[in-house]
Write a protein that binds this ligand. Sequence first.
Ligand code: NAD
Length: 271
Amino acid sequence: MLLDGKVAVVTGAGSGVGRASALRFAAEGARVVCADISLDGAEETVREIEKLERPDGPGGPSGAAARAVAVRCDVSVEADVAGALEHAAERFGTLDIVFNNAGVPTPRLGAKLEDHSVEDFDRLVAVNLRGVFLGSKHAVLRFKRQGGGGVILNTGSVAGIVAWGGSVYGATKGGVHQLTRAVAIEGAPFGIRANAICPAGMPYTGFMTAGGMGSDEETTAALARQTGANHPLGRPITAEDCAEAAVFLVSDRAANITGVLLPVDGGYLAR
Ligand SMILES: NC(=O)c1ccc[n+]([C@@H]2O[C@H](COP(=O)([O-])OP(=O)(O)OC[C@H]3O[C@@H](n4cnc5c(N)ncnc54)[C@H](O)[C@@H]3O)[C@@H](O)[C@H]2O)c1
């Protein structure tokens, strides 16, 4: 049990990487606040967590205690983010892990820099960068108040390292990466670690639909072939691939790892 007794907040937990990670964290013994702008999505994740086999069996000491709760949270709104973290501490007694994962894609598939309106730019920055800033800020404030350190994990992207997936989108992810490194250095004296996962193409999450792609079987299969062909290992990245990297980085097994941007990309960046 890698996360036994830990309390985590996961943003964007209503779908994709956030849902897979919330499930994985809970399976490793964590209690999880599933935060998402879509309360329906977050509640569905909580239902899936409650279906997981309990580590100590149905009659074990954890009994009927909830392992997860859903909260509606827009990560671009400071009060929502502070509230979600507060909720974790109130409900479960402490806060150990904040996974700032929520993000939105380039608004129209294939949009070039000059196709972005100021509104497009502001929305990408508000969710992808301000959201991570707010989650990190309130995590650091709480971890310092509590004492004993804490863990921040952010979802970046290969698009923050090379030009892929949209210019403005990539710029927000580059910002996430730099914020991660800076928080890692500032937080180190307080036992606060900060890392990021940097996924490549994930055709099976809700992201492509959010980016204007269809979600029908044919479109998804075509996209999976295309993204798979871009990755030296030959297959697309899944939310579960990211959840595996996430659970390691937030666990004590990574106790001496901070400031790392970990590609989950099937070798894409190594080419
Ligand atoms: N799918 C990809 O190809 C890909 C590649 C690299 C990085 N990423 C990153 O992975 C992360 C997760 O994406 P995913 O693929 O699981 O997508 P997804 O669309 O399946 O999940 C994103 C979740 O974030 C939520 N969300 C959107 N705006 C929000 C807001 N303002 N506040 C709170 N929640 C909000 C959505 O409701 C959704 O549940 C994102 O940060 C994304 O940028 C995705």
